[in-house]
Design a protein around this ligand. Structure first.
Ligand code: TEU
Length: 600
């Protein structure tokens, strides 16, 4: 059993799954609106968001690290994908303890990535191509190298002292809080300079900001306005439920930690009493002035609390992404260990159907299977063996682009990139993997088991450099890449896939067009079909008399499906095999979308 910090993020999600049935805000009996115009159409609901991890996308200056000029050199590629929005991971000044999630100056560009002039040309280049830019807002914590923190730690009476959470040592040791990336698992660090502890939910290099302090909040809003004035189109908000805490820091008993992860999370660690006051204030001071997009990283958010963030009439945020889907299949009590035997598709279908119902009437959802904190989508949710990598990757892309939610798609997944599966800890660069490894080592745990699990779940699997072509270093850099490149770059890369009409890349583009051309895929009513089928995910989408049927075989064997519809006369819109599935059965990892006419 690992210490709490190991399990925090994953167990919170597991707990919430188990209480979904009693917490849901879902109102399935509510009449479904059928007309797209009455669905409160918004550009960000109809958009496809493509996530660029700048460190890994394209290196223009040969230092082995991706940069803004590199992204600029690939603007036409981004345009060719057909996507609408780029979410750019943090590009602000940072000592890079956590690859930019530790910001030392919110108004400056990180040296590794370039200059503000580069940023301005990137933004212009995107806008010229009709692509919007959403930036990362990391305001639960800053870097310990931020000027605010340097001031704050300098003395107990410094005007910046209350920008962070301090606990004077004469009060005794503060009650345990987890520090996710720390070897000792603690979220408090003692600072002898002022004989006090400061709070950090992540590494000690990421001290938590004190949102109770109105001055801090004003600074954050001014900073957000600064970026909006430059013309950006929105923010993705890093661990935003964490900004509000119970700042009396009561003791969390082991019992609460072990038995009530969801409750412990909400009441003692995050989603503090003033969370929604802050978000309303942020909306009022910043967001409502712009036609922008806001999306919360909704760690710990359940179907029961989601509406508090995203209902239009609350004037807080547009969307959130939950962790329940990506936490599915983890072994309880273990750090990111996936249960053997593959995913339980019935559980998967129930979970995504439940989340669809939550937003059927109000609010809006997101859908994703990968990002910079997750392994590669095809390895985790499909099958990355040479035989099935392409087909299963296309099948998963079909799922993402046919659900009623805004798809968030991670760069490289359109190529079918898969996990690199490092053998040794020395290959990892991620603070999370290295921290956990050292924690397990210190506790005399099973390092071999840990390294095996990491091959499937580590974050660095998604962060390996983007594969452009089959030249040295996949065309990513002329220098030494900061993280090893997946050796399959010689065949899995943009240059090869652009030329192959049947590639993952071309399938991605076709499917994206299909979503754009069929508003039913964005707004249409979702109905799960053949719900107990353990192999096939089947559902329909309906809007204004148009009905599409989506069939996805999640297994490496042929599988039968019973949708109650005769598809023999239906129009096949796309199929990852390039040819129609037979009426009631699917080939391994087959994905098909049909248009059903009324007499079928
Ligand atoms: O992630 C928050 C978060 O919940 C992660 O700790 C997540 O659980 C973990 O990455 C899964 O392995 C955000 C950022 O997306 C992440 O990259 C940062 O490391 C983290 O915040 C701290 O800023």
């Amino acid at each position: 059993m690992y210490p709490f910090s190991f399990r925090l993020f994953y167990c919170a999600a597991a707990f919430t799954i188990s209480i979904l049935s009693c917490q849901s805000n879902a109102k399935p009996e509510m009449a479904e609106k059928s007309n797209a115009d009455s669905m409160n159409r918004k550009w960000w609901k109809e958009a496809v968001v493509y996530q660029v991890y700048p460190r890994s996308f394209k290196d223009a200056d040969g230092d082995g690290v991706g940069d803004l000029k590199g992204i600029i050199s690939k603007l036409d590629y981004l345009k060719s994908l057909g996507i609408d929005v780029i979410w750019l991971n943090p590009v602000f000044a940072s000592p890079n303890a956590d690859n930019g999630y530790d910001i030392s100056d919110y108004r400056t560009i990180m040296k590794d990535f370039g200059t503000m002039a580069d940023f301005d040309s990137l933004l212009n280049g995107l806008h010229q191509r009709n692509i919007k830019l959403v930036m990362d807002l990391v305001v639960n914590h800053s870097s310990d190298e931020h000027e605010w923190f340097k001031q704050s730690r300098s003395s107990r009476t410094n005007p910046y002292r209350d920008y962070y959470h301090w606990w004077n040592a004469e009060r005794g040791k503060p009650a345990f809080r987890p520090g996710a990336f720390e070897v000792d698992g603690s979220g408090w660090r003692f600072d002898s300079l002022t004989n006090a502890y400061y709070l950090h939910y992540f590494s000690y290099k990421q001290p938590d900001l004190n949102w109770e302090n109105p001055k801090l909040r004003e600074e954050i809003y001014a900073m957000m306005n600064f970026w909006f004035q430059k013309g950006i189109d929105g923010f993705r908000m890093d661990v935003i439920p964490f900004i509000a805490k119970d700042t009396t820091f009561p003791v969390i008993t082991q019992k609460v930690l072990d038995e009530q992860y969801g409750g412990g999370w909400d009441h003692y660690m995050a989603s503090g009493p003033h969370l929604h006051d802050y978000l309303k204030e942020m909306n009022n001071e910043v967001l409502n002035k712009y036609d922008c997009m806001s999306v919360a990283e909704g760690a710990g958010v359940t179907t029961g609390t989601a509406h508090d963030f995203v209902d239009e009439d609350r004037h807080e945020l547009n969307m959130l992404y939950h962790f329940e889907g990506v936490s599915l299949g983890f072994v309880p009590g273990k750090f990111k260990q996936v249960k053997p035997g593959g995913i339980n598709l019935v559980e998967f279908k129930n979970l995504y159907s439940k989340w669809d119902t939550v937003f059927a009437d109000k609010g809006w959802g997101t859908i994703y299977l990968g990002n910079h904190d997750q392994p590669r989508m095809v390895t985790r949710w499909g099958n990355d063996s040479p035989e099935w990598r392409e087909l299963s990757s296309k099948m998963l892309t079909t799922f993402l682009f046919t659900m009623r939610a805004t798809p968030y798609y991670f760069a490289g997944d359109e190529l079918g990139m898969n996990n690199i599966k490092f053998e040794k800890i020395e290959d990892y660069r991620d603070i999370e993997s290295i921290g956990m490894y050292n924690q397990i080592k210190n506790n005399g745990g099973d390092l071999k088991e840990f390294l095996n699990d990491q091959k499937i779940t580590a974050r660095d699997n998604a962060r390996t450099p983007f594969q452009w072509d089959n030249t040295t270093n996949a065309g990513f850099t002329t220098g030494i890449p900061w993280l090893k490149i997946n050796p399959n770059y010689t065949t899995v890369n943009v240059a090869v896939e652009e030329k192959d009409s049947t590639s993952c890349l071309n399938y991605f583009k076709q499917l994206l067009r299909l979503r754009k051309e069929n508003l039913v895929l964005t707004y249409g009513k979702y109905t799960l079909l053949d719900k107990d089928n353990p192999n096939v995910y089947a559902y329909s989408r309906e809007l204004d008399g148009k009905k599409l049927l989506i069939l996805l075989n999640f297994t490496a064997s042929p599988a039968s499906v019973n949708t109650g519809m005769d598809i023999s006369m239906a129009k096949l819109l796309i199929d990852n095999y390039g040819k129609a599935a037979s009426n009631n059965s699917l080939q391994p990892y087959e994905a098909a979308i049909y248009e059903i006419t009324s007499n079928e």
